[in-house]
Design a protein around this ligand. Sequence first.
Ligand SMILES: Nc1ncnc2c1ncn2[C@@H]1O[C@H](COP(=O)(O)OP(=O)(O)OP(=O)(O)O)[C@@H](O)[C@H]1O
Ligand SMILES: Nc1nc2c(c(=O)[nH]1)N=C(CO)CN2
Length: 163
Amino acid sequence: MSRAVLSLGSNLGDRLGFLKSVLDGLGPAVVAVSSVYETEPWGVEDQPDFLNAVCTVDDPARDHWAWLHAGQELERAAGRVRERRWGPRTLDVDVVTVDGVRSDDPELLLPHPGTPTRATVLIPWLEIDPEAELPGHGLVRDLLAALPAADRAAVRRRPDLSL
Ligand SMILES: Nc1ncnc2c1ncn2[C@@H]1O[C@H](COP(=O)(O)OP(=O)(O)OP(=O)(O)O)[C@@H](O)[C@H]1O
Ligand SMILES: Nc1nc2c(c(=O)[nH]1)N=C(CO)CN2
C-alpha cells in the first residue's frame, strides 16, 4: 500500500479546472479531498491569489517516485512552464508525505520541507484528517496552532467551490 498526501495549488487561468484535473487524472486512487481555499500568496507576494486544496491518494502499485511523476505529468498537462521559484503557475502538485518515507533527494524531499510553516497545506489537510501527523514534525493541528494568526487568516474556505 502507498498512501500519499498531495497539496494542489493554482493561481493562473482556470484555477478550479486545473485543481479538478488532478482528481480526474488520479481517478480511483483518490481517497479524500478537502474543500477549496482561496489563499493569499506567500513567498512571492506580488502575484494573484491561489486556490489551494489537499487530497489523499492510495494505490498499491505506486511508490513515492510514482506519485511525484504523476503530479509532474498533471502539471505538464495543465500547461505549466518552468518559471521563477514561488512564482505564479497554472498548477502545482506537491507531494507532502508518502506513508512514513523520508527522503533527502533534492528531486523528492519527504516530507515536503515547506509543510510545517504553510497554512495553505495544513488547514486543508487537517480538514480531511483531524489526526494527521507530519512524520518527524508532530501533529498537523499543533503545527497549525504554532503559526502566526495572520497566516491562518490568509486561508479562506470557498464554500461556493468544490472538487
Ligand atoms: N515533495 C516534493 N513534491 C514535489 N516536488 C518536489 C518535492 N521534493 C522536491 N521536489 C522538486 O521540486 C521541484 C519543483 O519545484 P517547484 O518549482 O514546484 O517549487 P516551488 O513549488 O516553486 O517551491 P516549493 O517546492 O517550495 O513549493 C521539482 O524539481 C521536484 O523534483
Ligand atoms: N497561497 C499560496 N502561495 C503560494 C503557493 C500556494 O500554493 N499558495 N505556492 C507557491 C509555490 O509553491 C508560492 N506561493
